[in-house]
Design a protein. Sequence first.
Length: 562
Amino acid sequence: MTKLRVRYLVGSEQKVVALDPREVRLGRGTDNDIVLPDFSVSRQHAALRFENAAWWVHDLQSTNGVQLNGEGVEKCRFGVGDSLKMGIFVLEVERAEPGEAKNEDSAIPSATLVRPLSHFTDGLDLELPDSMLEPLEDEHESEISTSIPVSDSTGGGFFKYFNQLARELIQADTVDQVLEKVMDIAFQALPVDRGVILLGDSVDSTTCALMRSGADVVHKPEQDVPVSRTILRTVMEEQVGLLSLDALDDSRLAGGKSIMLHGIRAAMCAPLWAQKRISGFIQVDSPFEAGKFDEMHLDFLITLANYAAVGVQRSEERRKRGRLERYHSPSVVEEVMTATDADGGTRLRKKDVTVLFGDLVGFTAFSESAELDEVTELLEGYFNRSVEAIFEHGGTLDKYIGDCVMAFFGAPMDLEDHALRGVKAAVEIQKRMLLWNKEREDQGLPSVGCRLGVNTGPVVVGDIGSGQRVDYTVLGNTVNVAARLESSAAGTGEIVIGEATRAALPDDFPVEDLGEFAFKGLQQKVGVFRVPVPGAPQGQLAETHVMPEDGIEAVRGAKAGS
């Protein structure tokens, strides 16, 4: 009989196993003679048997099948020089050395079990552990058990926990809620005493987002948490899920000070893996008893960690989208969310934008004598019409300042025509105000007027504020000039723009040169232009126009000289 052996890789480690003529079983389960630890391999995948004076490979009804030299087979003879492929593993058949015995160290040591994540990128059909496919029990016939006995061959029907988790994650609004629900499922399904979820893309940068011991849950704990950096580093560097039957007596984890410090015995750790990157870790353990976990528990934890990663990712996207919707139109939000290089404008940066200020005329006097609901109705009507026009032209709402609205164009998305968009938005606001006044006139209500200032130039844009609150906003002299144009140069129903905005418009764009204005607080004079509004007589509500003292003479002088 020709003695054979097989050579293959598990991660970066090469394995060589001499074949036993009685039978050699291969599969994902740790009870196999050759353990191939990956979900692309079935729990009992194949058997190598010496029959009729030759070696034969038998496919044990595996999910992804067996290939001999690249061809799929169910039962086939093989020999020296052949290759057997099972899942992601390729086993090369060689002639064994005389007297070579079966390598008992070929399987992963019983103290530690790892699950590689390479199957996420190999394009194979993945076989879920059998325990996850158990049918759901009738909720009226039995209650969900709080743990899964290690000896229970069915795994207690893990699928029902994922079904429960999926329903609960849909209702989770924040990352904290996602992590709490994930850890709650871990404590229901696994015989664990402690659990920790850390977020971060490297071991050194992770922070503890949730810690649970028994029934006590702490978000973002300040105290030292029972987590092993040795275990985390192994999981991160080898991209595996890891199970240790007794971390205190595990040669693979020898030297881990935190293991001894926190008394970590039976332990499992899995990475939060989504979109081919690790975004955190979940570690569960028992400080009281070794050997509490088995491979089905590790399979469950890996899948649970994947649910957690996706849940965290979606919560972050939901938070980011909700924040963007405060400032941007739906189309801009969608573009920011889908752009591969967009950061949502959170970084401070310098760029050219166009800033718009719009203010109600005579609002202060009106609000002194009006009822509260009248004031609210007036503000809502003005703000709704203004923001709709701003969003239609791709603008970003900065803030409301009393009865004033501030917006800018050209951030976070770059817009080459941001000046034209800003001016068109201002024209649209005034047109909507004209239509609104017709509606108010029909209802016997007084007319409402607003004035608008638009200016273009460099600003600092990004998240600005304190640790408790930040706003996406713009700062700089360009903003100050826009505010002065609106408050000190524009009349009721008018739009005035700065010279930089005028220079950015098409040459044939209709504007009226009002000359240079000297504004309070600004050292240099500013060239001012008025943009006509179709169908609107300029100064139509002049009798209600209350102008700030520092701008009255400038406006009168400009108009007298025109």
